[in-house]
Design a protein around this ligand. Structure first.
Ligand SMILES: [Mn+2]
Length: 318
């Protein structure tokens, strides 16, 4: 389990042609925007790069540059030279697109999850980075590609979302140094912030209302459970990707140390865990084949909703 030196991965990226970039399933701001920035940088080097997403681009990120570099995967057979997994802790997080990964001549894994399984031929994993956006920023510099407004905007969104708007413990002085560079390259902070943090659809607002109504407090208010079913999403008129961030409604409640969002779908429950304390929630996620960071992790558990909740409750109390 070793990370290759920066100079070697830069060499691999420089030489890659017809690369396919794969952010994790249900791509979040970091996965999507780091991938976009990388694709744009590779294009500058005359390397064709294209992103394949598992699902449609999340509504909130539809304003981003580089839409022409994105395809939504639909089981087509593609034989890529190089496949680059981005922000992906393990192979399962590639979903159906795992076949593209398996067919590739060269496989690359660029990530910052401490739970990363080093699943590729070439692994570049830096857990000290707040977002993969920071890692891509470094690689772009080493590749000799100049930052422009589009690339900087994508990197900014990647970093701003994974740090919760520079509020989480993963935010470092290095994060701010990088962002200073991005702003100098033309990022419009107020415009982006309003689009990704403040602007909200009616569906999402109703989803938040339903999520708040589902709140259960356990262990004297130290644990918060929020539940969203397929019906909740349908009734609210929200899209699935609008579940992103809902877990924070529980996390931000005073007295809460661990917040959990349960999302029921097709006989499975997607569990998102957040910790405000020293408790490492990636341990619980790992128990069910998931992973993540100490303060933010997730997993998918098969089984009926109530059963899954009681299991997670028992894990948390233990
Ligand atoms: Mn990330």
């Amino acid at each position: 389990m070793e990370t290759i030196p920066a100079s070697s991965i830069v060499d691999v990226l420089r030489k890659s042609e017809n690369s396919i970039i794969l952010p994790h399933v249900q791509a979040d701001g970091d996965a999507l925007c780091s991938s976009l920035a990388l694709a744009m940088a590779l294009k500058r080097l005359n390397n064709n790069a294209i992103l394949y997403l598992e699902e449609e681009i999340p509504r909130v990120y539809s304003f981003l540059p580089g839409r022409d570099l994105i395809k939504v995967y639909s089981n087509e057979v593609v034989s890529p030279g190089t496949v680059i997994a981005v922000d992906t802790g393990d192979l399962e997080r590639l979903g159906k697109r795992i076949s593209m990964f398996r067919d590739a001549r060269i496989t690359v894994n660029i990530d910052h999850h401490p739970t990363n399984t080093y699943f590729a031929g070439i692994n570049y994993v830096l857990p000290g980075s707040s977002a993969v956006g920071e890692i891509i920023y470094g690689l772009i510099g080493m590749m000799g590609v100049k930052l422009d407004k589009d690339i900087s905007t994508c990197l900014y969104v990647a970093i701003a979302t994974d740090t919760g708007g520079f509020r989480y413990a993963n935010t470092t002085s290095r994060t701010h140094e990088i962002v200073a560079d991005l702003v100098n390259a033309g990022v419009n902070i107020s415009e982006i912030s309003s689009k990704i943090f403040d602007s909200i659809s009616l569906g999402k607002l109703k989803l938040m209302g339903a999520a708040i109504n589902s709140l259960e407090l356990l262990d004297g208010g130290r644990i918060a459970f929020i539940t969203i079913t397929e019906k909740t999403i349908r009734v609210a008129g929200a899209s699935e990707d609008e579940c992103e961030g809902i877990v924070n409604l529980g996390k931000n409640l005073q007295g809460v140390e661990i917040a959990v969002l349960f999302r029921e779908k097709n006989g499975e429950v997607k569990v998102s865990l957040r910790s405000n304390s020293d408790a490492d929630v990636s341990i619980i996620a790992g128990k069910y084949g998931g992973g993540g960071h100490k303060n933010a992790a997730g997993c998918v558990v098969k089984g009926e909703l109530e059963y899954v909740k009681r299991r997670i409750e028992a894990d948390l109390k233990a």
